[in-house]
Design a protein around this ligand. Structure first.
Ligand SMILES: C[S@@+](CC[C@H](N)C(=O)[O-])C[C@H]1O[C@@H](n2cnc3c(N)ncnc32)[C@H](O)[C@@H]1O
Length: 262
């Protein structure tokens, strides 16, 4: 099952539940960084992996004259976004496309602001950063938010009891930490204007709370391993889990605003 199918089938109907308000808080931080540098005006904005459109709506509210564009692979996520754009009378040009290939639709030096939030796990990071450098105007901005390998360390330690550490790590193509993401941006020619570490405590009350999060939030890689468990296996896991919950862990992300030098 590919990532678009996973988002179509498991995540799209639940995405805006925004467990633990991770997205809401991260978006506010990214917006603060952008607002400190862009006062307003008729901007060209492109969001890669726009999901259900929450971030583009927020940008539209803050920059009402902006022309917004979104790239997204999951048809169901696009439908959720289109419904909200229509309700809020917001015009967004949507490309149903793999973000790795957004350059097929966007010219060189075309955008004032490109954003990619919580999508790096699914794309060729270096390629997309290079494409963003090409597509943003000189002096334009690139906002990147990504979870890092510092996230969910308690869950990862638990998973290591069942799977080799390398196998778990290989499922997450995200940066190690803020420093690695900033290095990737600098290597592509960007100047890092601001980078922050965003950390959020999470607490799973019981196994079913965790199961819902794992299946529907999109945060924990591929939920198929849970989906394919037999009723009996799930029962065993729930029984084993009784001793683990409530389980406290933390989410950690890097939120960076980069600028293409003039
Ligand atoms: C974790 S969600 C983030 C959504 C949105 N950026 C936000 O912050 O609210 C990841 C999104 O990226 C989309 N996605 C995954 N791989 C993609 C790809 N290769 N190209 C475009 N979108 C992709 C998923 O369908 C999903 O909507």
């Amino acid at each position: 099952m590919d990532i678009a199918q996973i988002y179509d089938q498991f995540v799209a109907d639940h995405f805006d539940e925004d467990h633990f308000q991770i997205y809401q808080d991260a978006r506010n931080l990214a917006l603060e960084q952008i607002r400190a540098r862009i006062p307003g005006g008729k901007l060209g904005i492109l969001d890669l992996g726009m999901g259900t459109g929450e971030w583009l709506l927020k940008l539209g509210q803050n920059f009402p004259e902006a022309e917004c564009h979104g790239v997204e692979l999951s048809q169901k996520m696009i439908e959720q976004a289109q419904r909200k754009f229509a309700e809020q009378k917001r015009t967004v040009r949507i490309f149903h496309e793999d973000a790795n290939h957004f350059g097929r639709h966007i010219g060189s030096e075309a955008m004032d602001l490109i954003t990619v939030h919580f999508v790096l796990n699914y794309i060729d990071r270096k390629r997309v950063i290079a494409e963003a450098f090409r597509s943003v105007k000189p002096g334009g901005l690139f906002s990147v938010a990504s979870s890092t390998h510092e996230s969910f360390s308690v869950l990862h330690d638990l998973a290591k009891q069942f799977l080799p550490a390398e196998e778990i790590k290989a499922q997450f193509l995200i940066p190690e930490d803020l420093g690695e993401l900033e290095d990737d941006l600098r290597n592509a020619g960007f100047r890092v204007a601001e980078g922050v570490v965003f950390r959020k405590a999470v607490r799973f009350e019981d196994f079913d709370h965790f199961y819902h999060f794992a299946m529907h939030s999109g945060w924990l890689a591929d939920p198929i391993f849970l989906k394919h468990m037999s009723h009996e296996q799930l029962g065993m896991l729930r029984e084993f889990g009784k001793t683990l919950f409530p389980l406290e862990d933390h989410f950690q992300a890097a939120i960076v605003l980069a600028e293409r030098p003039k």
